[in-house]
Design a protein. Structure first.
Length: 336
């Protein structure tokens, strides 16, 4: 089959996406010369295909022949095995790195390039101490997901981070000390509610989900007058009347992201007059979203995101959001 697949010359971005995905699915080293022809392709889906394929081939050979030549400025290079971790040295400078699995920070530091700006660490049950991470002086963003043994974020206070994301982490201390954050995402437990967040941080983007809303809802949100974007994609049903009222009085909040199920839990909520842009996820085409239109009466733009495989007729939702432009977004699936 490989001999039937063309190089990138003359192909549309969609065709190049399909060719690289097909070659990767063949999954033998014989595909490397073909994939190497695509390393300078500018299309985001093609470049992401080439990154995601790393684990399908010999890590060192693939790093040298393909991945070292791919521009990854707008996505993360993902490392999921010890072999890929060692091969990271072959990639040269990279700004965004993601590490999945039981990698020690010592091993990560040994191979991570100078100047890395964004690091994600996930599914690491052995990682406990973040002090070594604080030696990456170039870091601007850290993401931690399913690293159950991490209990203290205080070492990150030395980094002057602008973005932090915590997902399924359990209760952690030290979050309130990270007063340089501009963007924060938390789907982990906040025993003290929003009081556990850095009160002096100049937050402009905040994502709350999972168990983050259970203890205190949105009480205290006005502590961050710089906030312009809020995402509440889970457990909106736990919000009480006073939570919605606090949200309604935040004059700077102009963008709101909600799961489609929020329409079933906001019928009696206080109107949010300052929200001009609404993002709604997991729309499947049959929902009544009029409650969201009443919740946000001054909308200018509504963006509806659908799961893969659903072709949404956005015009059917225009009646729910009178006066607003309603657009659709489809979540892009990956072939492998």
């Amino acid at each position: 089959m490989l001999e039937l697949l063309p190089g990138p010359a003359g192909l549309s971005d969609e065709e190049a996406d399909a060719v690289t995905a097909t070659a990767i699915l063949v999954g033998t080293d014989a595909a490397l010369p073909l994939l190497a022809q695509y390393v300078k392709h500018p299309a985001f889906p093609v470049r992401v295909n080439l990154m995601r394929a790393w684990g399908h081939f010999d890590p060192v050979a693939y790093a040298n022949e393909v991945l070292a030549h791919v521009n990854s400025r707008d996505f993360f290079i993902s490392v999921s095995s010890s072999e890929m971790l060692r091969a990271l040295l072959h990639l040269g400078p990279r700004e965004r790195l993601a590490f999945e699995g039981q990698h020690s920070l010592t091993d990560i530091m040994r191979v991570a390039p100078v100047g890395v700006r964004k690091i994600d660490i996930s599914s690491n049950p052995v990682l406990e101490d973040l002090r070594l991470l604080a030696t990456f002086g170039s870091l601007e963003r850290v993401g931690l997901s399913m690293c159950a043994e991490i209990k203290d974020l205080y070492p990150l206070a030395d980094l002057d981070l602008t973005e932090l994301n915590l997902h399924d982490m359990g209760a952690v201390s030290g979050l309130d000390r990270l007063n340089t954050l501009q963007s924060l995402g938390v789907t982990s437990e906040l025993p003290g509610g929003l009081r556990d967040l850095p009160q002096a941080a100049p937050l402009n983007r905040l994502r709350l989900g999972g168990s983050a809303l259970r203890a205190g809802g949105l009480r205290g949100l006005l502590k961050w007058p710089t906030l312009t974007w809020l995402s509440l994609l889970e457990e909106v049903e736990v919000l009480a009347a006073e939570d919605w009222f606090e949200l309604s009085t935040h004059e700077g909040l102009s963008e709101l992201a909600l799961d489609v199920q929020a329409a079933d839990h906001c019928a009696n909520a206080t109107e949010l007059p300052h929200v001009e842009t609404l993002w709604v996820t997991n729309v499947q085409g049959f929902e009544d979203l009029s409650a969201l239109g009443r919740l946000c009466p001054n909308l200018r733009t509504v963006s509806l995101a659908t799961p893969h495989g659903i072709a949404l007729d956005v015009s059917a939702y225009e009646k729910d959001f009178p006066g607003a432009e309603v657009v659709g977004r489809r979540v892009r699936p990956f072939a492998f």
